[in-house]
Design a protein around this ligand. Sequence first.
Ligand code: NAG
Ligand code: NAG
Ligand code: NAG
Ligand code: NAG
Ligand code: NAG
Length: 239
Amino acid sequence: MLLASTSRLFLLGLVLAAAAADPGPANNTAGYDTSRVGPSNAICVRETYQLDITSNNIQFHDVDSNANQTYLEALFQTFSTLMTNLTLMYEQPYRQPVHNSYNISGTLCVPKDVIENTFDVQLLLHGITWDSSYWDFVPDNSTEQYSYVYAAAEAGYVTFRYDQLGAGLSEHPEDAYNVVQAFTDLAIATKIAQMLRSGDIGGVKFDKVIGVGHSYGSITISEFMKKRLYYTPGPTGRF
Ligand SMILES: *[C@@H]1O[C@H](CO)[C@@H](O)[C@H](O)[C@H]1NC(C)=O
Ligand SMILES: *[C@@H]1O[C@H](CO)[C@@H](O)[C@H](O)[C@H]1NC(C)=O
Ligand SMILES: *[C@@H]1O[C@H](CO)[C@@H](O)[C@H](O)[C@H]1NC(C)=O
Ligand SMILES: *[C@@H]1O[C@H](CO)[C@@H](O)[C@H](O)[C@H]1NC(C)=O
Ligand SMILES: *[C@@H]1O[C@H](CO)[C@@H](O)[C@H](O)[C@H]1NC(C)=O
């Protein structure tokens, strides 16, 4: 699914914020097998990157900062049926700059058999309510045939996947409304893409960053592709 509409991205920010504000377990790494870093055909390194991020975020008003399940469901119903009203009801007409340092956990996987494409990297962005572990999905710790990272490595591609803010092994900020937003996620994705280009991840200056997203991850990728936010001409002038 690829929804590149900016207005939807705005609205998604609110729903994301509310979901992150759900006072469930703060420790949301359930199902994340941290002993697994990558598939057998790649050399993988997982690291936490401290990113300095400034983003122009939405300000919300009249939202319950202690959201319960009933409140979240009502909010989601409004989101799916009356998007415009949701904006009118909860968003201030202006945005505010938010600056923070975030700990983002990411995993770089380089194919063991380097055949080709070595100077391109696939940037894998997961969807809402997930974390980056499903890109290397191995049911029952057995067959690797469902692992995207494995398939990419077989095809000679380097991959970099990371947990979005508030997910998996990355930081889970307490201020879910003002901090965990689509604009923050976009700024993080942009920064990561720049780091891949400049050699700050894995020590390799990748020539081309190929965005691969699922659901919300693909919306984020479409947005920064559209704005060319991370464009810096490489040795070959490609993205
Ligand atoms: C998160 O889970 C880990 C492992 O179970 C535990 O050591 C840690 O204290 C938990 N952190 C929080 C904030 O609950
Ligand atoms: C859920 O929160 C709303 C306010 O947002 C409140 O009116 C309602 O009573 C709460 N429900 C429960 C079951 O706590
Ligand atoms: C949605 O907004 C329109 C226009 O402002 C208004 O007429 C309508 O009553 C609103 N619907 C709800 C459910 O709030
Ligand atoms: C981020 O990582 C640094 C370095 O490991 C650590 O000192 C800091 O406490 C982390 N911050 C959060 C909010 O987890
Ligand atoms: C999966 O397999 C790896 C290596 O074969 C092992 O190190 C790891 O502990 C296993 N994880 C689980 C959850 O069984």
